[in-house]
Design a protein around this ligand. Structure first.
Ligand code: SF4
Length: 341
């Protein structure tokens, strides 16, 4: 598959092969109609001045993830990062993720996070606490390693579809004799429900299944049945919480999966692919009305399309939306590009 191709292709035997990841599955499950606009027509809201300004939560998530990548790339070197190096990492990631632009759009959220100096302080705290422990117990074997577009991870097949899983875990480490996929996440704040938020869901079992499959294919016989979600709160924890218990800024969730659960996940993904095939062939995309006014606490970006008459929808899409390249969790390798274009 080339970088601009869609998430599916028709095979010579008439079946459809799907290359799906957690984002596509989540979007499809939120609303099929929205999935059609977003991932089949690839129509996204027009960017102001041609520049995409991400929601603040997404921009800070990117900043945190980039900082973590820089930290963990150096985990094996045994060379401690100085305060100046941590500052440089924070400043570079701040610019790369255009945090100031996102902050200007959502100043209330920015206030709750704090400024760049607050971000540096937070990174320093993380470095001195969590990172120091990780240095002693983790051996990094991969950072931002993408998989899937070369059909490495076959989830399963039926007489109608073939399903391949695609993804890019933030980090892969060995801890003891375990192989662990790790994902860095930010949340608004950490509370009693934070750790339980990652199960069920398609992403973490996908990482476990994919990592075990890829490891086995290169002769590493390891069972991968758990992963680590490395969570950071965007809002500074209150010094005087109402319940008297100060909340942490960092926490880790460790979702685990039995063989049966991973097998259940594979069946679910095959069912998603079969339903996707049906939608693509019949153009029967179900509207999920319950999502129209609340997708991640914001109205659906296609609300103005669906809330107008059928006749006017194409006009709205043409005037207020623009084509953007299909979503891909990572860029395909050169080999893929040369082989498939
Ligand atoms: S407005 Fe509602 S029905 Fe339309 S795409 Fe969005 S969620 Fe789906």
């Amino acid at each position: 598959m080339s970088n601009d191709k869609s998430f599916y292709e028709i095979l010579p035997d008439g079946r459809m092969a799907f290359y799906i990841d957690a984002t596509l599955v989540k979007d499809f499950n939120i609303c099929e109609q929205r999935f059609f606009y977003k991932h089949v027509r690839n129509q996204r809201p027009k960017r102001i001045g041609g520049k995409e300004i991400k929601p603040f939560s997404m921009a800070i998530g990117g900043w945190w993830s980039d900082c973590m990548e820089s930290f963990y790339n150096g985990l094996g070197s045994n060379i401690a990062l100085s305060t100046e190096q941590i500052q440089r990492i924070a400043i570079q990631a701040w610019a790369d993720n255009a945090i100031d632009e996102s902050a200007a759009m959502q100043p209330d959220q920015f206030d709750k996070f704090g400024d760049l100096a607050g971000g540096v302080l937070m990174l320093q705290q993380y470095y001195n606490s969590q990172y120091a422990i990780d240095r002693a117990s983790w051996k990094v074997v991969g950072t931002e390693a993408g998989f899937g577009y070369n059909k490495e991870v076959l989830v399963g097949e039926t007489n109608k579809v073939v399903c391949y899983w695609v993804g890019k875990p933030d980090l892969i480490v060995i801890e003891g004799d375990r192989l662990l996929p790790i994902d860095h996440k930010t949340v608004t704040k950490i509370d009693g429900r934070t750790i339980g938020k990652y199960k069920p869901g398609p992403q973490m079992p996908g990482y476990c299944f994919a990592l075990e499959t890829v490891a086995n294919s290169i002769g590493i016989e390891r069972r991968v049945d758990r992963c680590v979600v490395n969570i950071c709160a965007r809002e500074r924890p209150s010094d005087k919480p109402r319940d008297g218990k100060k909340k942490p800024r960092f926490i880790r969730a460790l979702p685990q999966y039995t063989r049966e659960e991973l097998s259940e996940w594979r069946c679910q993904m095959l069912r998603v692919c079969e339903r996707l095939r049906h939608c693509l062939m019949t153009q029967d995309w179900i509207w999920r009305d319950s999502a129209c006014h609340n997708i991640y606490m914001r109205p659906c970006e296609y609300l103005q399309v669906c809330s107008n008459t059928p006749m006017s929808r194409d006009i709205i899409l043409a005037s207020s939306f623009e084509y953007q390249p299909p979503w891909r969790p990572y860029q395909a390798t050169r080999k893929e590009k040369e082989g498939d274009e």
